[in-house]
Design a protein around this ligand. Structure first.
Ligand code: AMP
Ligand code: MG
Length: 423
């Protein structure tokens, strides 16, 4: 049983967690329900795209060889023998010096091998018949989107594990997937500890604060694509907490608790892990905020003991819980994306632990800058909303200065205020 508190590196903590994540179950859902889910099957093209030669414009389909001698001085006349819109097929044979009026997306008549656009021809009406004049040579397959040019049957389109985006939904629809195999959403229980906690709808009372962590965490769980389960809050009472956590573990795949994981007099989580005979993977990480973050395992179930401090709890989820959920969901890229950016302010305070700072990212020209998004304290709640990045400041004797290039983990999947094209 791990009781001593020896800080390990963030990377080591992640390795310990990631070495034993099982894969979740799969289920079929309808395409309408597939958005945001994680694919549990590889998707292959089950036909060519286009699946037939299609006209790319509105115009006339004809035989390229008939235009060989066409010039401005001596245009060639074609009789228009048919008219087809998208979705229709011209069944008859097209003879030499005949043309078929064709609309964008319509299938090319079988013995036509090219097309001219409406704007390229002169229309003639003679004795009730319809002719066109062509005054230039047209090459074969001009403006024809040939069968299989975009994708060939059998090509892999999407790998299993991908999160289903609108673009993927479009592909699934194109290839006739009215149902698709996805990973079952893991059930993630959220249990807050602390006798100081009030429910959100309760008025403030002396010494009390509202339980913000549970709701923030449930929102983070939703964002990753798992199912959050609110399990309420616990007063700091060992017996009651032990029982509540035992009950909780029967209902969920993963349990997140916040608070009670430190070394204070009422921090009962370490004792509860011990009573459960859970394997504590680590109980101290060299990071701020969240150095007391503890992760334990009971058979296949993870127990994430996040610090009660809101910023620590938020970051603990993003660094440790999110990747576990994404692996459970079959994804191969479970970690937050990272970039590099330039600090716009000094962080002169030396720190023996890696700091993770909630910041805003701003792009100016080809440069990316990061600026603090409020109070840099583990208890801060206001610095989380609006932060689109966690800036990583490794241990340093002298701190960091404005202008330093730092690593940045991106949190945001939001857009920007103005369209790129209207700036
Ligand atoms: P703990 O980790 O239990 O020592 O809590 C650390 C700090 O976070 C304390 O100031 C708590 O009051 C606060 N805190 C604990 N749980 C929550 C919660 N669910 N929502 C907001 N703040 C909390
Ligand atoms: Mg507490």
């Amino acid at each position: 049983m791990l009781t001593a508190r020896l800080p390990i590196l963030i990377g080591e903590a992640i390795d310990k967690i990631m070495s034993s994540v099982p894969k979740g179950d799969v289920e079929k859902v309808s395409l309408l329900e597939a958005s945001g889910r994680y694919l549990a099957e590889d998707i292959f093209a089950n036909h060519d795209v286009p699946s037939f030669d299609r006209s790319l414009y509105d115009g006339y389909a004809l035989k390229a060889e008939d235009t060989l001698k066409a010039t401005i001085e001596s245009p060639i006349e074609f009789e228009v023998v048919g008219h087809i819109g998208a979705g229709s097929v011209f069944q008859e044979e097209v003879k030499n010096y005949e043309a078929v009026r064709i609309m964008t997306g319509a299938e090319m008549p079988k013995n036509c091998n090219t097309m001219v656009m409406l704007e390229q021809v002169k229309e003639l009406k003679k004795e009730g018949n319809h002719f066109i004049l062509i005054d230039q040579q047209i090459s074969i397959n001009e403006r024809v989107f040939k069968k299989g040019t975009e994708i060939k049957e059998g090509t892999q389109l999407v790998k299993k594990g991908a999160r289903i985006t609108p673009g993927i939904v479009g592909l699934l629809a194109t290839f006739g997937f009215s149902e698709v195999l996805v990973r079952v959403k893991p059930k993630v229980g959220v249990l807050a500890t602390g006798s100081e906690l009030l429910e959100v709808n309760e008025p403030l009372a002396p010494g009390k604060i509202r339980n913000s962590n549970s709701y923030m965490l449930m929102s983070q769980i939703e964002k990753v694509g798992a199912t959050p389960i609110y399990l309420g809050k616990l007063e700091d009472d060992l017996e009651k907490s032990f029982k509540a956590i035992q009950d909780a573990l029967r209902q969920v795949d993963i349990l997140i608790t916040t608070g009670g994981v430190s070394v204070g007099d009422f921090d009962y989580l370490p004792e509860i892990y011990s009573r459960l005979q859970a394997e504590v993977l680590f109980n101290k990480i060299s990071m701020r905020p969240g150095s007391v973050t503890t992760v334990a395992k009971l058979q296949n179930q993870f127990l994430f003991g996040l610090s009660g401090n809101p910023s620590a709890s938020f970051i603990g989820f993003e660094l440790f819980v999110r990747p576990v959920l994404r692996i459970l969901l079959g994804n191969d890229d479970p970690h937050l994306p990272s970039i590099q950016a330039i600090l716009t302010e000094d962080f002169p305070i030396p720190n023996g632990f890696t700091q993770l700072i909630r910041m805003k990212v701003k792009v100016e020209g080809t440069k990316v800058f990061v600026t603090s998004n409020g109070l840099n304290m583990s208890s801060s709640i206001t610095s989380i909303a609006g932060a689109d990045a966690l800036v990583v400041l490794p241990p340093s004797e002298n701190g960091y200065a404005k202008g330093n290039v730092v690593d940045v983990l991106l949190l945001s999947d939001e857009g920007q205020n103005k369209s790129f094209f209207n700036r």
